[in-house]
Design a protein around this ligand. Structure first.
Ligand code: TYD
Length: 226
């Protein structure tokens, strides 16, 4: 059996990641592919406990170093308990956030040195990297307005303020440009518009995806002579 595909959706607050992960799941499943969906921090018993502590302020203020290590503990558990076994069983794994979130939020946002976050990420993931990472990009104000419109109560990260969220956004843009297998997509427009952009990237990256033209359409193939 061939190994599954690992697809991650990333982005700042209010860009619509969770909606897009749901839609992509439906699309892939309709094409007959087995899909496991997960989110970070979370996705395991340990991870959901950490999520509760971190996002809903049970622990009060948390030092950036402690915050990073908690998130990485959740990631380490998720990789070993959920992601790796699913990939080994030939399933597609769609994750709402992964290692790029730590580089953007704890690195650019909190100011922890990027090389340190990268090394710790490597340890937490055991070297597992997404096959495709999609970063949804939206100006901070538009993301905040979307969340206000949805009537979402703010968690600890969403309450960090404009400057923090601006650094996170800049981080995502820079990281997306510097990493292979990572694409930056505009999150503007309707959910259907964004979904169409995501489907296009998935079809380009994976010949077995619904809507892909098959092996000949792969990104790394040289252009055919005309
Ligand atoms: P989020 O994904 O926005 O969930 P929801 O859609 O339910 O609000 O919440 C997760 C928060 O955790 C988000 O504000 C960013 C933060 N986070 C980090 O700071 N670093 C990380 O590595 C991860 C995975 C998340």
């Amino acid at each position: 059996m061939s190994r599954g595909r690992f697809v991650v959706v990333e982005g700042g607050e209010g860009v619509g990641k969770s909606t897009q992960v749901r839609r992509l799941r439906t699309f892939l499943e309709a094409g007959g592919l087995p899909v496991v969906v997960t989110r970070e921090p979370g996705g395991t018993a340990v991870g959901e406990g950490i999520r509760e502590v971190l996002l809903h302020g049970r622990a009060g203020p948390v030092a950036p170093e402690a915050e990073l290590l908690m998130i990485l503990a959740a990631r380490a558990a998720l990789v070993r308990e959920v992601v790796e076994p699913a990939l080994a069983a030939g399933k597609w794994v769609l994750s709402d956030r992964f290692d790029l979130s730590s580089l953007a939020y704890q690195g650019y946002g909190r100011g922890i040195p990027a090389d340190l976050v990268a090394r710790l990420n490597e340890f937490a993931t055991g070297g597992l990297a997404p096959d495709l990472c999609i970063v949804l990009d939206l100006p901070v104000e538009e993301g905040m307005a979307r969340q206000a419109l949805a009537g979402k109560s703010r968690d600890r990260f969403e309450s960090q303020g404009r400057a923090f969220l601006g650094r996170v956004r800049r981080g995502y843009v820079e990281l997306a440009r510097s990493r292979a297998d990572t694409v930056l997509l505009s999150a503007r427009g309707s959910p259907g518009d964004v979904e169409a952009r995501i489907r296009r990237e998935v079809a380009l990256a994976f010949p077995e995806a619904p809507g892909a033209a098959g092996p000949a359409s792969r990104r790394e193939d040289p252009p055919r002579p005309s």
